[in-house]
Design a binder for this molecule. Structure first.
Ligand code: UDP
Ligand code: MG
Length: 141
């Protein structure tokens, strides 16, 4: 059983799509094993987005992600990392197919509804970055 780190980005909350997105995750059979609302500090964002921190778009990305409190969630399921990425669609919402979360609710390449971990190894690192061990639950069923 695998886990992944989800962030409901500011656009998702502002446009009130959180329920729709959770519904897709639940319909896919995934289990919520952690969830909280939090404001993301610049230092945390720089760590989370270290792979793009030197890109020209990074300041706009950081400002967007810090623009309001967000919801972070841990999801569990078989092959959940790849299956959630498939549900999201590609990074650029404008290139995402209808029926995907980004294709249906996203705006562009920055404002794209949801973050999801891209590998099992990164999921473990990201879950530890956003959740204390006692905030992640062992859930049966
Ligand atoms: N991003 C952006 N411009 C780009 C590429 C990425 O603003 O040209 C933002 C976007 O919000 C994306 C995040 O940086 O979700 C992290 O980029 P990554 O390549 O990891 O995309 P993801 O894994 O989220 O699809
Ligand atoms: Mg990524």
């Amino acid at each position: 059983m695998e886990r992944t780190l989800i962030i409901f980005k500011p656009d998702c909350l502002n446009q009130r799509h959180v329920g729709n997105v959770i519904d897709r995750f639940e319909q896919a059979g995934f289990t919520i094993v952690g969830c909280k609302m939090t404001r993301l500090a610049p230092a945390l964002l720089r760590a989370h987005y270290a792979h793009v921190a030197d890109k020209p778009f990074y300041p706009a990305l950081e400002a967007f992600m810090a623009s309001r409190p967000v919801i972070v969630m841990a999801l569990e399921g078989e092959n959940v990392v790849q299956r959630v990425r498939d549900l999201l669609g590609p990074t650029d919402s404008r290139k995402a197919a209808k029926g995907t979360i980004r294709g249906d609710f996203g705006t562009d390449v920055t404002i794209n509804v949801v973050h999801a971990s891209d590998s099992d190894a990164n999921a473990r690192i990201e879950l530890a970055r956003f959740f204390a061990p006692y905030e992640l639950y062992e859930v049966n069923g």
